[in-house]
Each structure stands twice: as C-alpha cells, then as structure tokens.
Design a binder for this molecule. Structure first.
Ligand code: DX5
Ligand code: ZN
Length: 219
C-alpha cells in the first residue's frame, strides 16, 4: 500500500506561536510543513514572507513545502530558496515563462511544484510533467483556509495519475483545500500522495495534531 504524506498548513496555526506550532506538528507525525505565501494580489489575502520562513526553519528538521500564491513569482524565487524552502510551488498564471521559473528553482537545488487552481486544466502543466517533482491540485480557490472541498477536481487527479503511470513519470500529486476525514479518502483513492490540511489538523478533536494526522493518513 502506498504511503500517504501529510503537509499541514500553518495558515490555521496560532500565529503568535508559530515556532512551537511547528515543533508540535513534527512531534505529531507531519511529513513536511506547508507554508502558504499570499500577496494580496494573486489571491485576496496576505500572509508571510521570507524572513518569517527563515526564522521558522530553526524549529524543525522537516522539509518546508512552500506554496507561492504571488504574482509575479519569478523574481522572488531566490528569496524563498535562501529563506529555506525545500519544495517551491508556483502557479503557472503567475510567471511569464514557466520553463524559466522551473529551471531557476532547479538551479537552486530545490524541488519544483506547479499548482493548478480548480479551473486551471492539466494542459497548463502537461509539457512540464517530466521536469517537476510535484503537482499541487487546488481543491478550493486559493486565499483562505476553511473552505469547502470542490469535488470536481477529483477527475483531474485521476487523469494525472493515469498520465503518470502511462509515461512512467515520478511527480507526486498533492491536494490542497477542504481536506477532512472524508475528502482525504476520496483524494487518496483518486491518486493523491500528499495531503495538505489546515483546519482539520488544527481544529478537529480539540487540536489533537497526532490523532488528526494519523486519521488523515488512513484510507
Ligand atoms: C488555501 C491554502 C491552503 C489552505 C488549506 O489558499 O493554499 O493551504 O490553508 O486550508 P484548509 O485545510 O483549512 O482548507
Ligand atoms: Zn497551500
């Protein structure tokens, strides 16, 4: 059986205690830390940038899965790499040249992710699938935690999983938005490898991170 990884989104954490929250996630069995970077322009919300990421790195050995919702993205890639991002994910709409942005991330020895919004088709990333490590399927419109899962994206996951098998590619499929103990199963069955979750991990079962992470991993 394939191993499911959990990438908790710190968007739902207590921002006054982020260092401790990250430590708690590591102790709770998280596989990586999902950092939602929003610019108030590409998405209608504003979060954190490189200095905060840099200071949070000290609190964990887990990889940082940095989801950039910023436009233009290209000129900021190096800042996020220097700050300690291990996976750098961008949206194709936010760069003038997708290949150049992929190559830049690779040249910094970081893993590359491309994210598809609910109404962005696979075609936007298809010719890069052999060059990237991750495809991040948005199952909500990015901007806020706590939104309802858009089940239409399941077909996109199934299609990507099929392409991956047919072409013998190695990219991972990650899903982000509205993941709870039911939608997690639907996503895993469709082919997802990594679940992002904010609300469920931090709020269910009175914030029992370990229990919530373990439950999300169950098929
Ligand atoms: C949405 C973010 C997500 C979000 C997930 O723009 O990219 O990572 O925080 O949060 P939940 O799990 O609450 O949907
Ligand atoms: Zn995200």
């Amino acid at each position: 059986m394939k191993k499911i990884q959990i990438s908790p989104s710190i968007l739902s954490a207590d921002f006054s205690q982020l260092g401790n929250e990250i430590k708690r996630l590591e102790e709770g069995g998280a596989d990586m830390i999902h950092v939602d970077v929003m610019d108030g322009h590409f998405v209608p919300n504003l979060t954190i940038g490189p200095p905060v990421i840099k200071s949070l790195k000290k609190h964990t050995k887990l990889p940082f899965d940095v989801h950039l919702m910023i436009d233009p993205v290209h000129k900021y890639i190096k800042d996020y790499s220097d700050a300690g991002a291990d996976i750098i994910t961008f949206h194709p709409e936010a760069t003038e040249n997708i290949s150049e942005t992929i190559n830049l991330i690779k040249s910094l020895n970081k893993k590359v992710g491309v994210s598809l919004n609910p109404d962005t088709e696979i075609a936007a990333a298809e010719k890069y699938l052999d060059k990237i490590e991750l495809i991040l399927i948005m199952s909500v419109y990015p901007g806020f935690g706590g939104q309802k899962f858009i089940s239409d994206v399941i077909q996109k996951i199934k299609d990507l999983d099929k392409i991956r098998k047919e072409r013998k590619l190695n990219f991972k499929i990650e899903i982000d938005g509205g993941i709870n103990f039911e939608t997690s199963k639907i996503a895993i069955n469709a082919g997802v490898d990594i679940l992002v979750s904010g609300t469920t991990i931090f709020k269910e079962n009175n914030g029992d991170l370990k229990k919530n992470i373990k439950t999300l991993k169950q098929i």
